[in-house]
Design a protein around this ligand. Structure first.
Ligand code: PMP
Length: 310
C-alpha cells in the first residue's frame, strides 16, 4: 500500500520491543525510529509539533490540532510535505498499528536535515514522525487537592519575538520557567507577558472563576490557543456560565472563587495556591468539578474514529 507522504507503508509492524512509530511515511519499531544529528529540529529547535489525545477509540479534536499544526508551520515558513488529509490518515494508521484506543499522540514535523548553519532553505525534506504513547502529568490526587502554582520570573516570550500561538519545537522559554517551578517544589508556574499580565502556565492555559463566570486571558495576552481551552469554553457556555477572555494580573487570583488549568495532557486541573497563598478556600471548587464532568462527557461522545484496518 502507498500511504501518506507517497512512501510505501508497511500496514502493520509487529513489534515486540516498544511502540510502533510513524517515521517519514513508514511504520517502524521504536528502536529503529531515529533522526539525524543534522536535523534542524535537533540543532535549532526548528520545527512544530502537536500533543493530541485519543479517548475510547476516537481522537479528540483531531482537525483542530492539525489546523493548529499547519498554522504553526506557516508561522515559521515550513511547508509540511503531507496534506492535512494525509496527516490525519497517518495519525489514525499509527494508532491502529499500536492497537491504541486511549492514548497520547505526539506529532512532530522538523525542518529536516541541513548543514551546520541556520538557513532553513538548505534543509531538504521536513522530517515527520508520530509517537503513540501515554501521558500522566499530575498525580490523580492533585485533581482533588489542586495544584500549587508559583509566578515565574521568566516572562512569556513576546509575540514580537516568537508568537506563543506557534507551537514550535523551541520550548526553552517554557523549560526555563519549569525549572523555576521544580526548584520551588510547586506543580506549575504562571508566566506573565511583557506588560505583567497573566499569559498562561508553562504547559497549560489558565482560567479563573469569579461571579459565577469563567475568565481566561485573550490570545493577545500572548498564549498558545489551547484546544482544551477552546473545548472548556464551549462546555462552560453550554452549561450556562458566562465566559470572558480578559486580561488579568496575579493579584486577581487570590480574590477569585476558583482557578484551574487546561491542557491536552492535564485536561482540567484545579489550582489552589499561588506563591504560597491560598486561592479562595484552598480546595477544588464546584465550577471546576462541573466543567470536568462536562469535559469527560464531551470526550466520550465526540472525536474522529480510529477505525480498523480494511
Ligand atoms: N500552553 C502551552 C504553553 C502549552 O504547551 C499547552 C499544551 N501543553 C497548552 C497551553 C494547552 O494547549 P492544548 O489544550 O492544546 O493542549
Amino acid at each position: 500500500m502507498r500511504g501518506p507522504g507517497g512512501v510505501g507503508l508497511v500496514e502493520k509492524v509487529v513489534s515486540r520491543m516498544g511502540a510502533v512509530i510513524y517515521m517519514d511515511g513508514q511504520l517502524v519499531p521504536e528502536a529503529e525510529a531515529k533522526v539525524s544529528v543534522f536535523d534542524h529540529g535537533l540543532l535549532y529547535g526548528d520545527g512544530v509539533f502537536e500533543g493530541i489525545r485519543a479517548y475510547h477509540g476516537r481522537v479528540f479534536r483531531l482537525t483542530q490540532h492539525l489546523e493548529r499544526l499547519y498554522d504553526s508551520a506557516l508561522g515559521i515558513h515550513l511547508s509540511i510535505p503531507l496534506s492535512i488529509g494525509e496527516m490525519e490518515q497517518a495519525v489514525l494508521l499509527t494508532l491502529r498499528a499500536n492497537e491504541a484506543r486511549d492514548a497520547y499522540i505526539r506529532l512532530v514535523v522538523t525542518r529536516g536535515c541541513g548543514d551546520l548553519g541556520l538557513d532553513p532553505q538548505k534543509c531538504g525534506r521536513p522530517t515527520v514522525f508520530i509517537i503513540v504513547g501515554k501521558i500522566q502529568l499530575y498525580d490523580p490526587a492533585l485533581y482533588v487537592k489542586g495544584l500549587r502554582l508559583i509566578t515565574c520570573r521568566t516572562r512569556r516570550i513576546s509575540a514580537r519575538a516568537l508568537d506563543p500561538s506557534i507551537k514550535s519545537l523551541n520550548y526553552l522559554n517554557n523549560i526555563v520557567a519549569k525549572v523555576e517551578v521544580t526548584n520551588a517544589s510547586a506543580h506549575e508556574g504562571i508566566m506573565l507577558n511583557e506588560e505583567g499580565y497573566v499569559a498562561e502556565c508553562t504547559g497549560d492555559n489558565i482560567f479563573l472563576v469569579r461571579h459565577g463566570g469563567v475568565v481566561t486571558p485573550p490570545p493577545e495576552a500572548g498564549i498558545l490557543k489551547g484546544v482544551t481551552r477552546g473545548a472548556v469554553m464551549e462546555v462552560a457556555k453550554s452549561k450556562g456560565y458566562r465566559v470572558a477572555e480578559e486580561l488579568f494580573r496575579i493579584g486577581d487570583l487570590l480574590p477569585a472563587d476558583e482557578c484551574f488549568l487546561t491542557g491536552t495532557a492535564a485536561e482540567i486541573v484545579p489550582a489552589t495556591s499561588v506563591d504560597g497563598r491560598q486561592i479562595a478556600d484552598g480546595v477544588a471548587g464546584p465550577v471546576t468539578g462541573d466543567l470536568r464532568e462536562g469535559f469527560s462527557a464531551l470526550v466520550a461522545c465526540e472525536g474522529t474514529p480510529i477505525g480498523t484496518d480494511a
